[in-house]
Design a protein around this ligand. Structure first.
Ligand SMILES: [Zn+2]
Length: 325
């Protein structure tokens, strides 16, 4: 992109949200509701999780993503199916920036590709880091096709304001690296493993996005080699990604997953909890659409849910060993 071309940044993002609020009732109502949304904090081990009661998320939490359901519905990320009030701004040549009318974060954006093409992360990391670079004070995130994305048939990122995800500021996490030295490094980028928390993850930190992208490709390769099912080998390993900037350094957290939804999601009885975790849940912000879930979920419920959908600490350690060799 040429130097004099103006980039879509935080100011433009906030302006786009304000414009949408002025002309789109659905977005206006849900964004206004977010200002006074009910939250409560829970402890999961020594970690903090913020629970958010967000009834507008019911559609997304219960989205059917099997092949025939996807084919039977008009894709809501394709330009031809969007509501006439929904505006868009270009990003790169391949993407558009939209306001998410069902926000979890302030200034919640959805950034789909122009083309209707499956949700895959390989070859899209450059775009993720570019978004992160342009949208300072925003967290950019990615939900794998069976890890929280409600449109797994249409590639997209999401972004929203920083300062809301508990994990951004949780010192407990930074103490939990499994090795004092990075698992591996490339130029200025370092990869570390954090197995000893409720959502085991890898972290890549760097001031150089190309170096970070290279380390991510190594993680992707190892996850692919260890993928337990043919679908994952063929599509992509299950994962959520969160990325943001701190003082010019990009932080990318990779949460390998083993299940799409926890057992309680499918339970019919009193044990039912309507929760389909994605990247924001991994970051410690858990949005539930049902009031009874908001009132009744305990830290121990969340610990069970995370242990079912995330990989186990020893699996992350094994992956780290493979990355070291
Ligand atoms: Zn589409």
């Amino acid at each position: 992109m040429s130097e004099n071309q103006s980039l879509f940044g935080p100011r433009e993002a906030r302006f786009l949200v304000e414009e949408q609020c002025a002309c789109w009732e659905l977005a206006h109502n849900n964004i206004e509701a977010l200002d006074k949304i009910q939250t409560r904090e829970l402890s999961v081990g020594k970690e903090t999780v913020r629970l958010q009661y967000n009834p507008a998320r019911i559609l997304s939490s219960t989205a059917r993503i099997d092949e025939s359901s996807l084919q039977a519905r008009p894709c809501f990320l394709c330009a031809s199916n969007r509501p006439p009030q929904q505006m868009s701004e270009p990003f790169d040549e391949d993407y558009e920036i939209l306001v998410n009318p069902y926000p979890i974060l302030p200034y919640h954006l959805t950034i789909p590709t122009r083309a209707h093409t499956p949700q895959r992360i390989a070859r899209r990391m450059g775009s993720l880091f570019q978004l992160c670079h342009q949208l300072k004070d925003f967290v950019v995130f990615y939900n794998g096709p069976r890890c929280g994305a409600s449109a797994p048939d249409h590639a997209h990122f999401q972004a929203g304001a920083t300062g809301v995800l508990p994990m951004e500021n949780e010192p407990e996490f930074t103490k939990k690296a499994s090795f004092s030295a990075p698992v591996c490094s490339y130029q200025s980028a370092a990869l570390r493993a954090y197995p000893f928390c409720s959502r085991p993850f890898f972290e890549i930190r760097s001031t150089d996005e190309i170096a970070s992208t290279y380390l991510f490709s190594l993680v992707l390769q190892v996850l692919q080699q260890n993928a337990p099912t043919p679908e994952e080998k063929e599509e992509e390993p299950m994962m959520n990604l969160l990325a943001w900037n701190v003082k010019g350094e990009s932080i990318l957290r990779i949460f390998p997953r083993q299940r799409h939804r926890p057992a309680c999601y499918y339970a019919q009885d009193a044990g039912s909890i309507l929760l389909s975790p994605g990247a924001l849940d991994m970051g410690g912000l858990v949005a539930v659409p049902r009031k009874s879930d908001f009132e009744n979920i305990t830290g121990s419920d969340l610990e069970t849910i995370f242990s079912e959908v995330c990989i186990r600490p020893e699996q992350l350690e094994e992956l780290a060993r493979q990355l070291q060799s």
